[in-house]
Design a binder for this molecule. Structure first.
Ligand SMILES: Nc1ncnc2c1ncn2[C@@H]1O[C@H](COP(=O)(O)OP(=O)(O)O)[C@@H](O)[C@H]1O
Ligand SMILES: [Mg+2]
Length: 327
C-alpha cells in the first residue's frame, strides 16, 4: 500500500506555515520502517508511520520528533535535524507525522558504498571512522533525557528483546537470551543517552564532516556499553565478519575502535562482550520479525526474503559468542 503524495502535498501546503512553496512530495524510503519523503520546494523531510504495518511497534514518529527537539537543545550535543512541525492530528494526513529540515550530505549505505566513500585514500576513511566513533562515545556524557523515560537496565532491555523474539516465533533466540541473562550485565557507570542503532548508515556526511546523527528509534536511557557493543557487531571479530563499509581499507580495526571509544568516553569497555551479545540478539530479533512478516504474508517486501538467510548466520555467531563467554 502506498500513499497518495499529491494529496499529501496539497494538505501540507495548507497546513504548514510557508507551505505554499511546496512543489511536490517525493518518497525517499517507504516499506516496513517509518516512511521518509522529500518535500520539494522547501527542502524539508516528512516522516510518517509505515502505511502497511511496522516491524517495530511503539516507535512512533511523534516521540522521534520530540527526541530530536530535546537533543537539539543540548549545548554541544549531537547534530540532529531541526524540527519544522509535529502533528498528532490524524485528520491532516491520515496519520501522525513530523516535518524536519533536510540536512546536507549523504549516508554510507549498508551495502552499496558511494563513490565519495570508496574513492578517497585510506586516510579519509580513517578520519571518518574516528569522527563516527568519537560521536558515539560522546553519547556516554549525555545525562538521561526525560523524553526517553526511566533508565532501562541492560537486563531489562535484553528481556524486552527476548519477548520480541518469542513473538517473532524464534525460540532459538529466546534460549540464547536465557543463556546471556544467566550472568548480570557489566556496567560502565551512570546511565546516559543510548542511541540504539549506531551503524554507519545512520550518520550523514557532508564533505567529510558529520552533518547529522539520524534514526534514534531505538534510543533509551541506559548504559553506554550498549552502543559500543552494537558498534562492534559491524567490525571483524573472532566470531563474525565485518559489515561491508568496515571492509574498506583505512577503516579502524575492532581493537582500535575499543581503544578510541575508551579514550573519548572516559569509560572502561570492560564487559562489553555481554553487551555485544545482547545487541547481536536485538539485531537477530528484528531480522526474525522481518522474516516472520514475509513468511506469514504480512509483507511482500522482497528485502524481507533475504532476512531468513541472515537469521541463521547471526544465530550461529551469537551461540559462538555465548560459548566463548562460558555462558
Ligand atoms: N533530516 C533529514 N535530512 C536528509 N535526509 C534524511 C533526513 N532524515 C532522514 N533522511 C534520509 O532518510 C533515510 C532514513 O532515515 P532514518 O532516520 O535513518 O530512518 P530509517 O533507517 O529507520 O528509515 C536516511 O538514511 C536519509 O537518507
Ligand atoms: Mg536508518
Amino acid at each position: 500500500m502506498s500513499r497518495d503524495t499529491l494529496a499529501i502535498a496539497a494538505a501540507l501546503r495548507g497546513y504548514l506555515p510557508g507551505g505554499e512553496a511546496i512543489r511536490a512530495v517525493v518518497p525517499l524510503t517507504t516499506g516496513f520502517s517509518n516512511e521518509t519523503y522529500l518535500v520539494e520546494g522547501r527542502d524539508w523531510i516528512l516522516r510518517m508511520p509505515p502505511a502497511g504495518g511496522a516491524i517495530l511497534e511503539g516507535h512512533d514518529v511523534v516521540a522521534q520528533a520530540q527526541l530530536y527537539v530535546a537533543l537539539g537543545e543540548i549545548a554541544g550535543g549531537p547534530p540532529v535535524p531541526g524540527i519544522v512541525a509535529i502533528c498528532e492530528d490524524e485528520r491532516v494526513l491520515g496519520a501522525p507525522f513530523f516535518v524536519m529540515e533536510c540536512v546536507a550530505g549523504a549516508e554510507v549505505h549498508d551495502t552499496q558504498l558511494p563513490d565519495w566513500f570508496t574513492s578517497p585514500g585510506d586516510q579519509f576513511r580513517r578520519q571518518l571512522c574516528e569522527i563516527w566513533l568519537t560521536q558515539v562515545a560522546s553519547f556516554a556524557a549525555l545525562a538521561p533525557l526525560a523524553v526517553l523515560g526511566e533508565p532501562v537496565s541492560p537486563e531489562q532491555d535484553a528481556r524486552t528483546w527476548r519477548e520480541f523474539a518469542r513473538k517473532a516465533n524464534c525460540p532459538a533466540l529466546v534460549a540464547a537470551y536465557d543463556r546471556l541473562l544467566a550472568r548480570p550485565a557489566p556496567l560502565s557507570g551512570p546511565p546516559a543517552v543510548v542511541h540504539g542503532d549506531v551503524k554507519l548508515s545512520n550518520f550523514m556526511w557532508d564533505d567529510g564532516r558529520l552533518s547529522a546523527v539520524l534514526d534514534w528509534e531505538m534510543a533509551l536511557n541506559g548504559d553506554p556499553l550498549s552502543d559500543l557493543g552494537y558498534f562492534l557487531i559491524f567490525f571483524e571479530g573472532p566470531f563474525h565478519r565485518a559489515a561491508t563499509p568496515q571492509r574498506e581499507p583505512g577503516m579502524v580495526s575492532r581493537d582500535e575502535a575499543i581503544a578510541l571509544w575508551e579514550r573519548a568516553s572516559g569509560r572502561s569497555s570492560e564487559g562489553v562482550s555481554w553487551h555485544e551479545i545482547a545487541q547481536m540478539g536485538k539485531t537477530i530479533a528484528i531480522i526474525a520479525e522481518g522474516a516472520a512478516m514475509f513468511v506469514s504474508g504480512r509483507s511482500t517486501d522482497p528485502k524481507l526474503a533475504l532476512f531468513q538467510k541472515n537469521l541463521d548466520y547471526y544465530l550461529g555467531v551469537m551461540h559462538a559468542m555465548l560459548d566463548a563467554q562460558g555462558l
